[in-house]
Ligand binder design. Structure first.
Ligand code: GLA
Length: 656
């Protein structure tokens, strides 16, 4: 199977989405000149060009794309060629309204924006297959072709009648009999029993709370239905003249798509990452997305999109201050990226994203953004050979599963204050601040190579996952588990005793008497070796063999255990405040033999090892001085370092 290295060679690819169809052809020559000057090696073309290629049903206009592909080839720039299927032309919605998605309330989601397709529509799928086939036939052997890019950020949901039929087929495959579906969904509740498959519908707008197991299965189904669209196009391009790596770009940590499953179906895992420059912890957010993507890829991965400056989808969109784009680009490389690309090359003058930044901004080649882009291009060119393909070692894994997120993020739960991604982020932040590089893993993956595994929150844990965790600890691993983990089984059925019995044995818990979510803003005083605040949640627990590590000292749970350990298995029934979580995980990691990448780091300094290089990344608000034992060579400046590194604001050093 081809991989990212087939596209990169020994380079770190650099570039962005290129939409030449928005510009007169004279501009293309200027584009190429500036691309060459900035060290661009890769452009992603065609992402939203369906109406340009197929102006009327069945017609083809490839002339412009031929010229773009040839132009890029002449200048030695590779093309990541996209199937344009994320944005069907207006004629499709007009002629075939059944291709348009319907919302939960049955209303039509119209064309005039993008991603207006029902993933279950056979008409949409057949037009998508036809254009993909023609693209593959025409460009499958083009010398500029680096990679295939299927669709763009698959993210639609649809509740239409075609979707309902497709959902029923998916359910029949999963459950075989309607009785098994009734059992899995618990339809004895509220008289929801189904007598025939035809009665089953997607969880549409309803009077009151919908069946949670149905909602969970609909999430599973939607991820699978989108994946079918993706693999159908993938199979077409894979069969073309030359086997070229295939990717589809993920949205970061996004609820709609089980990226563990998706990643198995592509040669290259790529992600679009847009941290908020006003978030003081944006560096941590970026690291989390990068760690997650690297883990899905099981190796080098690709930043398909990032912003060169401001985005346009937040209430207030500030540009990146000088140096920040470079810091985040090199951070991605430190955490395993072998390609750093942007949305988009040249800033649009019209359309919905005219305020979204680009590598060449409205200010043009003399603008600050393009000047900084040139610097990033030069840095990546310098690092390419040293870094491409190199692994990022991690001894700690964070477990994450979409199924649990889907079961968790629903109506009618103990607390609407608990947001799964926020809890995961809190734990990743603690490890990031502790200087420990972390992978992400699925709870049923082989965990044997990690010294420490943490579960911020997996409310739903299937039997295989539970057995895996138990076996991991029996095999010598250290496990730390966050509140309410293991409460539900694969079908979102609550486990008797409030937690799976095998897990209760593992953690030394006799019974979970009550879950005790905290009202908005309420915090509990807890103490153990030190006192800290418990956030979001508490539990009324009775231990069996567990040792109490910290105790609640306020609220209704006062006097009860807050944090427990039973040998190498730890259970946190609340979310410790950020400083406490960092200190606790640092201690547990220490006991498990895991040390930070660099001891004695100043606050705001991220240190990451990749291959034989040490990346030092300054996320602090000002300059930093870092002590690094030994003599090194700094690769970006090609200068010697003797024990001390000075980093400007947003500065980076790469030590060999
Ligand atoms: C996504 C899309 C791009 C663009 C950017 C803007 O990542 O894939 O087409 O809309 O967002 O941030």
């Amino acid at each position: 199977m081809p991989s990212l290295s087939d596209a990169t060679g020994s380079r770190v690819l650099f570039g962005g989405d290129y939409n030449p169809e928005q510009w007169p052809e004279e501009t293309w020559l200027d584009d190429v000149r500036l691309m060459k000057d900035a060290g661009v090696t890769s452009v992603t073309v065609g992402v939203f060009s369906w109406a340009r290629i197929e102006p009327r049903p069945g017609e083809r206009d490839f002339g412009w794309l031929d010229r773009v592909m040839d132009l890029m080839h002449r200048h030695g720039i590779g093309v990541v060629l996209a199937t344009p299927t994320a944005s069907p032309p207006a004629w499709m919605g007009n002629r075939h309204p059944e291709t348009l998605p319907r919302a939960e309330d049955g209303s039509v989601v119209w064309y005039g924006s993008r991603q207006h397709f029902c993933p279950s529509s056979p008409v949409y799928r057949s037009y998508a297959a036809a254009i993909t086939k023609d693209l593959a036939a025409r460009y499958g052997d083009h010398p500029a072709l680096l990679m295939w890019h299927i669709n763009n950020e698959y993210c639609t949901f649809c509740w239409c009648d075609e979707t309902a039929r497709h959902f029923r087929r998916w359910l029949r495959h999963r459950y075989t009999t309607i009785e098994a579906l009734n059992e899995a969904w618990g339809t004895a509740f509220w008289s929801q029993r189904y007598d025939a498959w035809e009665e089953v519908i997607p969880p549409r707008k309803a009077q009151y709370l919908r069946n949670p197991a149905c909602v969970l299965d609909f999430r599973r189904f939607t991820s699978d239905a989108l994946l079918e669209c993706c693999t159908a196009e993938r199979d077409i391009v894979v069969a073309s003249a030359r086997r070229t790596p295939v990717t589809t770009n993920f949205m970061p940590f996004w609820i709609g798509q089980d990226a563990w499953t998706w990643a198995e179906e592509e040669d290259v895992v790529s992600v679009d990452v847009y941290p908020d420059p006003t978030d003081p912890l944006a560096g941590q957010y970026g690291a989390m997305i990068q760690d997650m993507t690297r883990s899905q890829a099981r190796g080098p991965w690709m930043v398909m999109e990032q912003a060169a400056g401001a985005v346009n989808f937040r209430p207030v969109n500030v540009p990146k201050p000088r140096g920040l784009g470079r810091l985040w680009s090199l951070q991605a490389v430190a955490r395993g990226a072998d390609a750093v690309c942007h949305f988009q090359w040249r800033q649009s003058r019209q359309g919905a994203e005219k305020f979204h930044s680009a590598m060449v901004s409205h200010a043009g080649e003399h603008g600050r953004t393009y000047q900084e882009i040139k610097r990033i291009g030069a840095d990546l060119a310098r690092l390419g050979e040293r870094v491409a393909g190199a692994p990022v070692p991690a001894e700690v894994a964070i477990l994450h599963d979409w199924n649990s997120w889907w079961a968790d993020e629903q109506e009618g739960r103990p607390s609407a204050e608990v947001h799964y991604p926020t809890v995961v982020r809190a734990w990743h932040r603690a490890l990031w601040e502790a200087g420990l590089t972390t992978d992400f893993a699925h709870p049923a993956h082989d965990l044997g190579r990690y010294s420490l595994v943490v579960v911020p929150r997996l409310y739903l844990l299937g039997d295989a996952a539970v057995d895996n965790l138990v076996a991991y600890v029996r095999g010598g691993g250290t496990l730390v588990c966050g509140f309410q983990s293991g409460a539900a089984d694969e079908d979102d059925r609550i486990r008797p005793g409030g937690m799976d019995e095998r897990l209760r044995d593992l953690f030394g818990i006799r019974l979970v008497h009550e879950w005790w979510p905290l009202p908005e803003g309420e915090e509990l005083v807890c103490d153990g070796d030190r006192s800290f605040r418990g956030l979001l949640w508490a539990e009324e627990l009775e231990t069996s063999t567990a040792e109490t590590v910290a105790t609640y000292r306020s609220g209704e749970v006062e006097g009860l255990p807050a944090l427990l350990r039973n040998g190498r298995a730890w259970y946190f029934s609340t979310l410790p405040d950020p400083a406490a979580l960092r200190a606790l995980l640092t201690e547990v990691a220490h006991e498990a033999g895991v040390r930070p990448v660099l001891e004695g780091r100043p606050a705001g300094l991220e240190a990451v090892r990749r291959g034989d290089l040490l990346f030092l990344l300054n996320h602090a608000p000002g300059p930093l001085t870092v002590t690094v034992p030994g003599r090194h060579r700094e690769l970006l400046t090609d200068s010697p370092v003797d024990g001390v590194v000075h980093l400007e604001r947003h500065g980076v050093a790469v030590l060999a």
